[in-house]
Design a protein around this ligand. Structure first.
Ligand SMILES: [Mg+2]
Length: 183
């Protein structure tokens, strides 16, 4: 009986698009396989979408803030043209060792998005290719899926996700199978 939304919080690099290591050129956005189909299926399952991305390239001087905004507008537009609405993009332009509240594994970006869009964290998920993504979701109160082969839950300092899968279609499969229908 809640008017709260449920959402999937997505990491950006290595999760929705290829990780170019400090992407600064809007022409170098490359979408990962199955991304549009997977988000449409999650959309049809009642999920909204928020992107949460650490951007230490900004304080390093490798990523221009104007380019970062343009990259996010291009990504937003591409998803919109595929029928997928992304509620918002949150970026944390802080150094790796800053331990800033907004930098994953801290939960600031997730909590900010949840508060602004009235998202129920318990019925929401975070998806990312690093255990720091998983941990940011856990600290905020979401469920979590780790994507890809970059990192493993084994030996991590952080608690494991509910699933570790290799592709975005598998992410959608798992979340939809482990979510009760809203209606
Ligand atoms: Mg990533």
């Amino acid at each position: 009986m809640s008017l709260q939304k449920r959402a999937v919080f997505f990491d950006r690099d290595g999760t929705l698009i290829e990780d170019k290591l400090y992407l600064n050129d809007p022409h170098q956005i490359v979408y990962l396989p199955g991304v549009f189909e997977s988000l449409r299926r999650l959309r049809d399952g009642g999920f909204h979408f928020v992107v949460v991305t650490n951007q230490s390239g900004v304080p390093r001087g490798l990523v221009d803030v104007g380019n970062l905004r343009q990259i996010h507008e291009l990504i937003r537009g591409e998803f919109a043209s595929q029928g997928i609405d992304i509620l918002s993009f949150h970026d944390a332009p802080f150094m790796t060792d800053s331990n800033h509240y907004f930098r994953k594994p801290n939960p600031g970006m997730v909590l900010e998005g949840a508060r602004f869009y009235n998202i129920d964290l318990k019925s929401s998920w975070i998806v990312g290719d690093r255990m720091s993504d998983v941990e940011a979701g856990h600290r905020a109160g979401t469920r979590a899926v780790l994507l890809g082969s970059l990192e493993s839950p084994l030996g991590s300092e952080f608690a494991p996700p509910e699933a570790h899968v290799q592709t975005l279609p598998e992410v959608a499969d798992f979340i939809l199978r482990h979510t009760e229908r809203a209606d």
